[in-house]
Design a binder for this molecule. Structure first.
Ligand code: GDP
Ligand code: MG
Length: 359
């Protein structure tokens, strides 16, 4: 297993906050309850920077991942790559490339940018070989995507509160499950808030993914999602958990009352911990195409997104939308998913993605 997160050494303890007023009378269900230690560990007097490797220590897992990513992006990339199989670099090549990029949901603005940038690169390199142009395009895409490459940091706040939003079926719960396992494997204690209170199955789905020994779930069937989130953050603080992950119900940005509900969750979480939520993630289905950009804009305006998780990049023909996001609403991509298994979620690497796309 390779490191997924960047851990910051804990900050010195803050003064104890005043106990917040409960927002709900119904008691939350806590399941399963981890045994409470009899004696709490004393806070370290000297803070030593945690020697956690940021770079993946093993090359092998990353290679396996890269193969999966390449296979997943084949549908998006193959039509772009065929543009470079001819013998000449001419207007026809650029026109074909424009069409291929647009078909891959790269969007007009990012397509225009990539074409102009590529022409400049071709001119500067003085190449006459179409195959070399493919390499230049990969460089151009990698440069466009570079600002989106960012690591999720945990350990700066205790708990690090991460709110997760998105439309129905985007892969929120699955991604939270995968993240939870990775966090637990790295020794972080996780508390999940099942704020998708509409569906009983949502909690069970989370529980299946969670490592039952190290993960607790705060849930309340049919309850108020904001109240559940409040209880989870309060419990996370009281129990000294490293991360609180808030799973919310799916919603479309056009469902204004549901977007208001999300804003309320964020406000109420802030009451439980004024520095939180530390991360607000939007999970996007990689097959969504141009609509993904609209989702990023709408959720960003409502919540102020700090990061994205792009799922289902296995077999999508619309992977170009990441370029559109980079050009028009550059919210960092923390993770990308290429399947339903635990190992099918990885950190986003701009260069790797660009190369996988054009391979
Ligand atoms: N192929 C594929 N399926 C995924 C991926 N991530 C999630 N899924 C599937 O998408 C479906 C919806 O996921 P879920 O987490 O319930 O979505 P939610 O409604 O946003 O919580 C499930 O069948 C998942 O197994 C992925 O990266 N690739
Ligand atoms: Mg869900």
């Amino acid at each position: 297993m390779f490191s997924f997160f960047r851990k910051k050494p804990p900050t010195p303890p803050e003064p104890a906050p005043a106990a917040p007023a409960p927002t709900t009378t119904a008691a939350p269900v806590v399941a399963p309850q981890a045994p409470t230690p009899v004696v709490a560990a004393p806070a370290p007097l000297v803070v030593v920077p945690a020697p956690v490797p940021v770079a993946p220590p093993a090359a092998e897992p990353r290679k396996g991942w890269l193969d999966k990513l390449k296979a997943g992006l084949r549908k998006t990339g193959s039509s772009i790559a065929t543009v470079f199989t001819g013998t000449q670099i001419d207007d026809a090549l650029y026109e074909e490339l424009e069409t291929a990029l647009l078909m891959a949901d790269t969007g007009v603005k990012a397509t225009e940018h990539l074409l102009a940038d590529l022409k400049k690169r071709v001119k500067d390199s003085k190449t006459t070989d179409p195959a070399a142009v493919k390499g230049l395009l990969a460089e151009s895409i990698a440069e466009l995507l570079a600002p989106l490459q960012k690591r999720l940091v945990i350990g700066e706040h205790k708990p690090t509160v991460i709110m997760v939003a998105g439309v129905n079926g985007a892969g929120k719960t699955t991604s939270i499950g995968k993240l939870t396992r990775h966090l637990a494997n790295e020794g972080a204690t996780v508390l999940l808030a099942a704020a998708d209170t509409f569906r009983a199955a949502a909690r069970e789905q989370l529980a299946v993914w969670a490592d039952r020994n190290t993960v607790e779930i705060i849930t309340q069937e049919g309850g108020d999602p904001a109240a559940v989130s409040f209880d989870a953050v309060t419990a996370g603080k009281a129990r000294g958990r490293d991360v609180v992950l808030v799973d919310t119900a799916g919603r479309l940005p056009t469902q204004l009352h549901l977007m208001e509900e999300l804003k309320k969750i964020k406000r109420v979480v802030q009451k439980a911990d004024p520095s939180s939520p530390h991360e607000v993630l939007l999970v996007i289905d990689g097959n969504t195409g141009q609509n993904a950009l609209m989702q990023v804009k709408a959720f960003d305006e409502a919540l102020g997104l700090t990061g994205l998780v792009i799922t289902k990049l296995d077999g999508t023909a619309k992977g170009g939308v990441i370029c559109a996001i980079a050009r028009e609403r550059p919210v960092p991509i923390y993770f990308i998913g290429v399947g339903e298994k635990l190992e099918d979620l990885e950190t986003f690497d701009a260069k790797e993605f660009a190369q996988a796309l054009l391979n």
